[in-house]
Write a protein that binds this ligand. Structure first.
Ligand SMILES: [Zn+2]
Length: 258
């Protein structure tokens, strides 16, 4: 695993000179550069903190690290369109059980009705904006692939007509009952409902599961910031291999658990 920093800022002449001494060349004005989190980065870090620039951390895993992981976090699907109605949290009231939901942290979403959508994308698997833990797929992919893993589905409805959209389904992804050691993650506890939400940023290898029977499932724990709350989607090595083989996902759309 390599830890990478993407540094973005408006560079001024004195900063350009200092960066040049570290072997980094940028031009005056707005520009980004990528640096591995190595010795040079650690020497540079205090200066970057002073300079009020944007510094984001990400991770690159080797093919081998992904291929040998018994479970991986799934990411990298296309988000297309919005759950409808998209004004004033209308979709929340229509799609989820209001009584179980905390309106402060948005944890406790229990789906009571089908998603209503306006756009049917060209993708084989996709998600909706704002909804970070649900996947939608073509009916034939569900029948041919996901159903053999024992995964259920829910109909999806057209927002205009309220009719079921033939040929599109939402995967009903079960929730794990096994807890994870997330002590490395930031967390917030909601002052209204008391539920814990963990930071959603990538944090290197994801903690590993020991006793799962599902091939695709959601974390028991919630992640997110402020007004969003979601579970991460995890897949087994079998499912990961099949998704890549069928070209439904790429190998680097997975974060290995370790
Ligand atoms: Zn809450």
């Amino acid at each position: 695993m390599k830890t990478i920093r993407q540094i973005s800022g408006y560079w001024e002449p004195n900063q350009i000179r200092i960066l040049h001494d570290f072997g980094i060349d940028v031009n005056e004005g707005i520009q980004s550069f990528i640096i591995e989190e190595d010795e040079v980065y650690h020497q540079l870090e205090p200066l970057l903190a002073e300079w009020n620039i944007l510094n984001t951390r990400s991770f690159i895993f080797s093919d081998q690290e992904i291929k040998t992981a018994s479970y991986c976090v799934l990411k990298g699907w296309h988000e297309v369109g919005y759950p409808m109605p998209d004004g004033n949290n209308g979709y929340i009231h229509l799609t989820y059980d209001d009584c179980k939901l905390c309106h402060h942290c948005f944890c406790g979403l229990v789906q009571k009705s089908s998603f209503r959508i306006k756009i049917i994308p060209k993708w084989n698997i996709w998600g909706l904006n704002w909804i970070y833990d649900e996947l939608f797929t073509r009916r034939e992919i569900y029948d041919d692939f996901f159903s053999s893993y024992g995964i259920g589905y829910k109909d999806v409805r057209d927002y205009k007509t309220d009719n079921i959209i033939n040929g599109v389904v939402q995967l009903l992804i079960p929730v794990a009952d096994e807890s994870l050691d997330l002590s490395k993650y930031d967390k917030t506890i909601c002052s209204v409902c008391g539920m814990t939400k963990y930071g959603a940023k990538d944090n290197g290898f994801f903690p590993v599961y020991k006793n799962q029977t599902f091939h695709i499932f959601k974390t028991k724990e919630f992640f997110g910031y402020d007004g969003n709350c979601f579970r991460k989607i995890i897949v087994s090595s079998d499912m990961r291999e099949a998704l890549v083989e069928r070209k439904l996902f790429k190998l680097h759309d997975f974060i290995p658990c370790k």
